[in-house]
Design a protein around this ligand. Sequence first.
Ligand SMILES: [Zn+2]
Length: 255
Amino acid sequence: MRAALRCYRRLARWQQVLLAVLSLAGAAAGGFVALTLYSQLQSNSARAIQRWFSDSSSRPTLTTMQRTPCPGAPFLLPSSGLIGLLWRDTAFPYNVLRRHTGIDIFGDGEPGTVPVYAAYDGWLTRLPTWKASVIIRHDDPLQPGRTIWTYYTHMASRDGNTSYVADAFPPGTREVWVAQGTLLGYQGEYSGKALAPVGMHVHVSIVLSEPDGSFKNEARLSNTLDPSPYFGMPLNIADRPARPIRCQATGAAVY
Ligand SMILES: [Zn+2]
């Protein structure tokens, strides 16, 4: 009888542990859903990106084509298409805890055909291991004397086997002068992982320098700058601009 009671008590304890684990898991799942929902409410980007990929007839109405710098702005928009994800964006696959560090321009055309140009004069580097990326060092036109970088990525086929970076910049290129508007390559689908390709686009971010003059890790938001004043366009998700994004009205720029 006593043994049976002990057994029952042990069972009851395990039940309590199981219940506690289940309710914790439930809370975590609920928290994740809440985080995701809240994050999507902070952005208006997902709907435009969904339209872009589900209805190709919408593309002309979503495309920003700006072949010269916006009035009063130093940088040239590097490619044409839907400026989908913006700086600090929380739209999927990002969220309020992990925000987008640059802008994503989704071009209309086959991978390897939509050109990407240098946003500004500078010195281009492509590390030996980079299949899909280049980075350009600039004297900051909005804060002369400071060194900043523009980073461009996803310029390869989805499996990473075919690079779409221009032949002029092979892996290992270091500090080659490029003028604003120089062809850097073409938009692609390579995410860095062959098994998880992205919808075709180019990602462009503005990156700060380390004290030693090298570029900081662009995957961290705090290492990047709001591109809006550089391009003269509302590119910060806080503004929730309608698509297509256009140049800020002259005089309304935020710098
Ligand atoms: Zn991106």
